[in-house]
Structures are given as C-alpha cells and as structure tokens.
Write a protein that binds this ligand. Structure first.
Ligand code: 8ID
Ligand code: ZN
Ligand code: ZN
Length: 349
C-alpha cells in the first residue's frame, strides 16, 4: 500500500538547510519504478549539492540523496525486468539515454542526458523515490540494506577508481581522504584486491579506523611537516605509491599527489572540492611519466561487481545509522570533517 504523502528532507533554497517535511509520493512513468527507500547513505556530494559548490545546475526545491537501498513498490507499464518486491539500489546515475555513443559503450556516466539522483531529479532522502528501471542496482537477498547503502555511491566510485588506476595486486596505493566515506570503502576494496595501502587523513580517530580497516601506513596531513616525503617514505622502497586515489574535499592534495606518486604512476582525481584545480610540475611529470586522470562513479557493470565484492563478505566499512530527521546534524559534522566512515539514514524514522 503506497501512501499519498511521505516524509522527506527538502532543500528549498541554495545553501539549505534541509527541511524535514511531508511531500506527495510521485507516480512512476512508463520506464520507471517507485522504490520504498529503507536506508540511504549521506555522501559529501549531497552537501556540495545543497551548497551549490559545482558549475552544474541542479533542481530546486531538491530532495537530495543517492545511496538509497529499498524495495520496489510500483512500476511503469514498460518495465518488464524489475518485479514488485525486488530489492534495489538508487544510485547517483538515476537514468541515461541508453542510445548515445557513450551509453552504447557502457560509459553511461558520460551521457549528456544523464539524470542524477538528488541533483537533477529528486533522490533518496524521501521514503518513496523514482528511478529509471534500466539503472537500478540489484541487491542480492542475503545483503543487509543498511550496510549496502554506502556501496551504492562510495563503493562503486572507489572500485571504479581503483580499476581506472590500472594498479595490480601487490602494488601500493595512496588513499587521500581515507578516513571519510569514500576512503573507508576504498581501503576495503584495495585490500580485497591485494594492494598495499597508505592512508592519508587527519586526526587520531581516523588513524584508528584506518588501522582497523587494514591500512599498512597512515600519514596524518594535519600533523605531518612534509606530506610528500612522508607518503614516499611509507612505501616499501621509498619510491612512492603506484597509484593515488584523491578523495579529499580540499584542493591541496590535488596539487601534491603528482609529486609523491611513483614514476610511471597514476593519479586518479575523484573528490570534487569547490573551485579546485589540479596542479603538477611539468618537468617532473614528463621525465617521471606520470598519468593524471579523473574517474566518475561507475557503470551498471561496475555497480554489479562492487555489490558482489560486498556480498562475498570482502567489504566491511563502518557506518552509523541515524533517523532521516537528523540529516542537518550529519551535514554539520561532515562540513567539519568529523565523520570517520559514513552516516546512513533510516527512512522509517
Ligand atoms: O564520481 C565521483 N568522482 C565521486 C563520487 C562520489 C563522491 C566524487 N565524490 C566526491 C564528493 O563529492 C566529495 O567531494 O568525493 C569527495 C569525498 O566524498 P566523501 O567521502 O563522501 O567525503 P567525506 O566523508 O567528507 O570525506 C572526505 C575526507 O577528506 C579528508 C577529510 O578529513 C575527510 O575524512 N581530507 C580533507 I577535507 N583534506 C584532506 C587532506 N588535505 C583530507 N585528507 C587528506 N589530506
Ligand atoms: Zn556520492
Ligand atoms: Zn546516453
């Protein structure tokens, strides 16, 4: 029984705050499903969206959220391969045209007509969320909906980023912003891939979490006098990590990584700090044959693979669960960089 009204967190003006209120439940169009969201992770992207940090238009008023795990409760007449009662995930890529040259090659995040959950269409900080049937993530029966929620953006994104880096088992990866949501999952995927992990973040709480998640070294950017030297020194031979995943929400590491990555190494930019630029010394980048690239979420195959790692028990990242009504408090902690791991909202409260 789908109600007419539901609880949601709505951003009514740029900058927020999110307003906890009742809004109508939408009806799915022909190619869409309606998902009763049980849990949703809170990604730093949701905070960027509220603040209007990026040179990309979003809808207003806006229901944020794009790490939603739930159950299909209604579907449009063209939907054949998703059943009522199916457990699905609503991710950042809500839909794409499925027909452009990027979609044809499964590069659907690059689709010019992509719809983005919690950005260009309403997302998962509501009890009933619309998603294109072609793009919902399939969640296996034996997987808990609260724990899988952060995988639906953070997990997919770092899994894809690690693949994009071209890194191989036994090599070392520096994870910058390791103590955050993406970072905590990145450590678990990196460990499952047999990589050596150098975590970079600030403070003792995040150090303890990184050690517990299996990092081989931790560099505290708040305490270090020379992050470049310390990251290099943390690799076995002192020559620097083979790959760097930039997950931090500040510009500085985006201007440092090319200096500590190993010769022939790959720097993968994933974090999206407002107004930031990448910077690298031309001479060193040329003669050390450095690659610098971006990586943006993942496609449907990456989604299925990232979930499968989780189902196999390889991914155990810490998260705290709070009611939907507490979203504003989560944003405050996130703004201050005080969250170790992820917050997950319980949509029933
Ligand atoms: O597809 C993508 N490219 C994609 C997908 C999902 C998220 C990109 N993102 C972006 C988000 O929009 C955001 O900009 O990735 C970034 C990280 O998201 P998050 O993991 O959800 O954020 P968080 O939990 O707040 O973690 C950020 C961490 O960075 C650390 C903080 O201490 C925090 O733990 N950090 C900062 I701020 N400055 C740092 C520095 N100089 C740093 N860590 C190391 N060095
Ligand atoms: Zn996200
Ligand atoms: Zn397309």
């Amino acid at each position: 029984e789908v109600p007419e009204q539901q609880w949601a967190q709505v951003i009514e003006k740029s900058g927020g705050p999110p307003v906890y209120k009742q809004i109508p439940v939408a009806k799915p169009a022909a190619d869409e499903v309606l998902v009763n969201i049980k849990y949703s992770g809170v990604c730093h992207t949701d905070l960027h969206a509220m603040k209007g940090d990026w040179p990309l238009d979003r809808k207003l008023p806006l229901v944020g959220g794009h790490e939603g795990a739930g159950v299909v409760v209604a579907r449009g007449e063209l939907v054949k391969d998703v059943e009522l009662g199916d457990r699905v995930g609503v991710k950042w890529l809500n839909g794409s045209c499925l027909a452009c040259s990027f979609c044809e090659q499964a590069d659907e995040p690059l689709c010019a007509d992509a719809q983005l959950s919690g950005y260009t269409v309403d997302g998962t900080f509501q009890q009933y969320c619309i998603a294109k049937a072609a793009h919902v993530a399939r969640i296996p029966k034996d997987v808990a909906l609260d724990a899988i929620a952060p995988v639906l953006c953070a997990g997919i994104t770092v899994y894809k980023g690690l693949k994009e880096s071209g890194i191989r088992p036994g090599q070392s990866v520096a994870i910058v912003g390791a103590g955050g949501g993406l970072g905590s999952l990145a450590q678990q995927y990196a460990k499952a891939m047999g990589l050596r992990i150098i975590s970079i973040d600030g403070g003792e709480e995040k150090r303890a979490m990184c050690e517990q998640l299996g990092s081989d070294a931790y560099v505290d950017f708040l305490a270090s006098k020379d992050v470049v030297a310390d990251v290099r020194a943390a690799t076995e031979d002192g020559l620097g990590p083979h790959a760097v995943l930039l997950l931090a929400v500040s510009e500085k590491p985006f201007q440092q990584a090319a200096e500590y990555v190993r010769s022939r190494g790959v720097v993968v930019a994933i974090g999206l700090p407002a107004g930031a630029y990448l910077r690298a010394p031309v001479f060193q980048s040329v003669v050390r044959m450095i690659t610098i690239k971006g990586s943006y979420v993942g496609n449907r195959r990456d989604t299925a693979e990232a979930i499968e790692f989780f189902r196999r028990g390889l991914i155990k990242a810490p998260f705290k669960t709070v009611p939907l009504s507490d979203l504003a408090k989560v944003y405050e902690l996130m703004e201050q960089g005080k969250i170790a791991g992820r917050y997950v909202l319980d949509l029933s409260k």
